[in-house]
Design a protein around this ligand. Sequence first.
Ligand code: ADP
Length: 591
Amino acid sequence: MTHFPAPRRLGGLLFGGLLALLLIGVAAFGPLERYYQRQMAAQNQVPLNLAVESLRSALDRYAPLPALIAERPALGQLLSTPDDAVLQANVNEQLRQTATTVDASDVFLMDITGRTIAAATYRQPGSYLGRNFSYQSYFSQALGGGLSSFSIHGTTTGERGYFYAAPVEDGDRIVGVLAVKFNINAFESIWRGADSDFIVSDRNAFVFMSSRPDWHFRALRPLSEQTLRVIAQNRQYPIDRIDLLPITATDIGDDVQLIRIEGETSSEPFVMASVQLEETDWTMASLMPIAPARNQALQTLALFGLTALLLLAGFGIYRQTQARLAAEQRAKRELETAVAARTADLSTALGDLKRTQTDLIQAGKLNALGQMSASLSHEFNQPLAAVKSYADNAAAFLDRDRPEEARENITRISQMADRMATISKHLRNFARRPQQAVGPLLLNTVVQDALAVIAVRLKSSSAAFEYDTPKGNIWVIGGHVRLQQVIVNLLTNALDAAEESPFPRVTLTIDGTVLTVRDSGPGIGDDVKEKLFDPFFTTKSAGKGMGLGLSISYNIVTDFGGALTAENHEEGGAQFTLTLQPAQEQGIAAQ
Ligand code: ADP
């Protein structure tokens, strides 16, 4: 048999399971979150590359512009005659139109000293017109013969610009520099609305472009003294506004870092993926908020936890069901064993009972037989002894020649013989319950005949006898002689009992088919009641009763389908009730 844990042990098991789940969850969360962060970075690689490409293509698209514009003859003319106001106005206007066409924020012409002599923004306040940019690296590079160059600026207008510059040549001679300025905002607008933030930093880790304005002009790492000096020198960035963007970074993959940017009030965590733009020495980075990775990790854990819980619960329910089934099986087996044991007990008890019953019947039979033998031997011995003594007497009287006395004794012997014959007849009646026919009888007649049988006894008795003859004819089922025998018996017993009382009286009543015999005797004692109808039961002295009357009467009445009962009357004395079956009225009474 498989052993299943009890429900309490099961509870412990489940609790242990839950605890293990919790520990697994706590331990697994970190690696899982890392995994989703790397996934996120991988997914973000495509939009990052697209952004890099769009930046690169913009740079490439605008790069040849200054060289093309620089070839215009008017520029050379103005450079050679810078004081020609008409020409200057003409060039200014040309540059303005060009700027509008190529969507540049400015197009301007500088002479060999770096002074601006014409600009597209000539009409606007704060125009570069007249200002000297000789310190700018793009100027010096262009002057050096470079086809084009670019840089970032924010010092003059506070606006971040992207500059391309090309030399203006007159034959082999460089006579000036033409520069085109683009607004960086235009590049940044490409990234607007993206899920992640972007940063473009230069080789000094200086952030000059970002989807987040608060990160502009900030450094991702501390700038060295020398770098700061260079920046100050060519006024590339507003040195006074440069400050550090506090970042802590952890590598979590190739070109993927988990960074935390400390803000003024809180710190923001990001997953950062970066790409290098070799030609410009720039780095473009995308910064993804980590919340989705965290949520995904939590969801995965929750899903795992839920599945594990379900499995655990299922397992628990399974074990519990098994335990319950096993317990039920056990209980059933115990019940079956108990029932089998009880059944065995019962059948043993039944066997005992049967044996006892058999024993009792046997004992009862023996008892009855004993009573009968005693009674019979008494009944016969007494007249036999008398017969012997009368015979002896008769013989003696004959010897003495006294025939009269001898005859008298012989007559007595004859009487004794009659008595013994009567006893014998009783016994025969008892032994053989004659299956005589029963039929309708006129109860009135039967009672009359019975009274006639005991007429002598009634007359000689000290008891008063009362009998109200019934008004009409009462027809009952029975046999005439046997019913008469029953009535005689009841009346004789009543007379016997009544004669012992101070005011002896016997009353016979007929009410319908119910015949009652009441007497003024001592009534039926409790010990007698049970044995009243038993054969050979008698309280009378030897020779007066054999104890067969009521037993025979009872059987006769039962044969008739009637009933015979005995009880004590509430005013004293016994009362026997004989209830007979009513019969249809007949023409002649059955005999
Ligand atoms: P018997 O008259 O020969 O004794 P019965 O069978 O007629 O036999 O009666 C059995 C016994 O029932 C009697 O011995 C007597 O004790 C009791 N008995 C019968 N009739 C009466 C009665 N009317 N009052 C009191 N006892 C009675």
